[in-house]
Structure formats: structure tokens, C-alpha cells
Design a protein around this ligand. Structure first.
Ligand code: 5GP
Length: 137
């Protein structure tokens, strides 16, 4: 699939748009979702330009899932979680809204999840949660 380098996450990766970051290395970025489905909703993205999981280089996918696990463990510790939903939407037909592959870590239950990317979260609260997650990493 053709990659649009003007998509929101590509712009966040280039620091053209702000994000509340919790983890970054040379291959992966993790940051807070701006319209969280639950408190602590975090996104993990590879830096390589891929629209969906199906387009992502397998070695980048393998590395990204290691960071997904690392961030999930920090979230579990920092926010005292009993469960986390790992969600990955590939394709607009699946509900994907941002065309840069990403993994959602949502402190919730599959039974609670509704529509996403609907309502802006409270910036101050999101920053507080991010600080806790960062401290646990
Ligand atoms: P998708 O629907 O593509 O699986 O998920 C995209 C996610 O990105 C949604 O959960 C949405 O709330 C989040 N999102 C959309 N725009 C922004 C933004 O500008 N900044 C951040 N941090 N998250 C965003």
C-alpha cells in the first residue's frame, strides 16, 4: 500500500506535531493516544514507513512487538492493571483511521471497547499517566 508521509504519525515521528511520548529509540516510538478509549491508552509505532501490519518488514514487526511488550509491562506496573487489550487495525475496512501501522495498548476489557478516535482526552491527565508509565520503563 502506498505510504503517505504527511499522515499524522509520520509528522509526529518528524517532531512536526506534538505528542506525549513514553518511549523512543532508533526504531520505535510509544506515545499516548490523544483520544483514549481508557485511561493510559498508549500507541506503539515502528519508525519504518508502513501503512498496515501487512506492509511492515517482518524484522521491524518482530522488534516492535518486543517494545509493545516492554511498554505493556511498564503500564501494568505503573497503573496497577489487571488486563490490557492489544489492538491492531489493518485497513480502513477494519476501522484504521491513521495510515501508519500502530499497536494500541488499552487498559480495558474487550467487552468495554466501543468506537475509538471519538473524544479528546484531558491533556493534563494524559500527561500524568505518561509520566507514571515512563517512570516504570
Ligand atoms: P486507528 O483507528 O488508526 O487504529 O487508531 C488511530 C488512533 O490514533 C486513535 O486511537 C486516535 O485516537 C489516535 N490519534 C489520532 N490522531 C492523533 C494525534 O494527533 N495524536 C495522538 N497522540 N493520537 C492520535
Amino acid at each position: 500500500m502506498t505510504y503517505d508521509d504527511q499522515n499524522i504519525f509520520a509528522r509526529i515521528l518528524r517532531n512536526e506535531l506534538p505528542a506525549i511520548k513514553v518511549y523512543e529509540d532508533d526504531q520505535v516510538l510509544a506515545f499516548m493516544d490523544i483520544m483514549p478509549q481508557a485511561e493510559g491508552h498508549t500507541l506503539v509505532i515502528p519508525k519504518s514507513p508502513a501503512v498496515t501490519l501487512l506492509d511492515l518488514d517482518p524484522s521491524a514487526a518482530a522488534y516492535t512487538i518486543q517494545i509493545v511488550q516492554k511498554v505493556a509491562k511498564a503500564m501494568e506496573k505503573a497503573l496497577d492493571l489487571k488486563g490490557i487489550v492489544l489492538m491492531q487495525l489493518s485497513g480502513t475496512a477494519a476501522g484504521q483511521t491513521v495510515p501508519h501501522v500502530h499497536f494500541h495498548l488499552i487498559p480495558s476489557s474487550v467487552h468495554e471497547l466501543g468506537k475509538h478516535a471519538i473524544k479528546m482526552g484531558d491533556h493534563v491527565k494524559i500527561q500524568e499517566l505518561a509520566d507514571k508509565i515512563k517512570a516504570a520503563l
